[in-house]
Design a protein around this ligand. Structure first.
Ligand SMILES: *Cc1c(COP(=O)(O)O)cnc(C)c1O
Length: 232
């Protein structure tokens, strides 16, 4: 890729706007979370200069090393945790992140609730749903999602804003996005975190309110599962 982060961001934003329009949705109704995992802090500067403020990280420890100094310079940054959360990292996660997309079990809900009370900080929360029932993937099973969201509210006092999913890599994502949207309607939550570099336009068609786009903005991550680009 010879174009710059700013150019790629502009292109993704234009594609999001077209997808919103095509779906008959208001412009700006699908928020872009720029997934910056594996890229160093200095790579964030051009994205920040281009006005990007929502960023996604999948590891608490990596984010702790990268973001505090950038947030000090840009207090309107909104940090999203999109990777699995261990309960022994709940303290750091609540301190650093504004939105946590990966609440998926009772122990995490309890740990987050305790930390939110202790710190007086209330990150917005999404419940991750394992729509493909993949054993290696985090997330609550679709049929258990409604009861889990209700327990988050009733037992732990947590307001759940929406649902998040990562469809199986080898399957067509549409049915997974449709399932997540249906569950959100049934449960009565508004937000849908779904769609990545390869499928964010499809996700917007199915109602995504947050798309999580990494490699299409920052470039490929190593090690890549796909072969390197041939030399031009
Ligand atoms: C890495 C990651 C993304 C971004 O994936 P790309 O294909 O690089 O856009 C989105 N969501 C989650 C949960 C991720 O871990």
């Amino acid at each position: 890729m010879t174009d710059t982060v700013a150019e790629r961001l502009a292109s993704i934003r234009a594609r999001i706007a077209s997808a919103e329009q095509e779906a008959g949705r208001p412009t700006g109704s699908a928020a872009l979370v720029a997934v910056s995992k594996t890229f160093p802090a200095e790579d964030m500067r051009p994205a920040l200069a281009a006005g990007q403020r929502l960023f996604g990280e999948n590891r608490v420890q990596e984010a702790e090393g990268k973001w505090p100094a950038l947030v000090a310079d840009h207090p309107d940054i909104e940090l999203h945790l999109i990777g699995p959360l261990q309960s022994n990292k709940a303290r750091e996660a609540v301190a650093l992140f504004d939105v946590i997309h990966t609440v998926d079990r009772e122990k995490i809900a309890a740990a987050l609730a305790a930390e939110m009370t202790r710190q007086g900080r209330r990150p917005r929360l999404f419940v991750q749903v394992n729509t493909g029932l993949e054993p290696q993937k985090a997330g609550i099973a679709p049929r258990e999602a409604a009861a889990f969201v209700e327990r988050c509210r009733a037992v732990h006092g947590l307001a759940i804003e929406g649902l998040m999913c990562i469809p199986p890599a080898e399957e067509s994502p549409g049915p997974h996005f449709a399932l997540l949207a249906k569950l959100a309607r049934e449960i009565g939550v508004r937000a849908l975190s779904m769609g990545m570099s390869g499928d964010f336009e499809t996700a917007i068609a199915f109602g995504a309110t947050h798309v999580r786009v990494g490699s299409a903005i920052f470039g490929g991550r190593t090690p890549l599962t796909r072969p390197p680009e041939p030399a031009a």
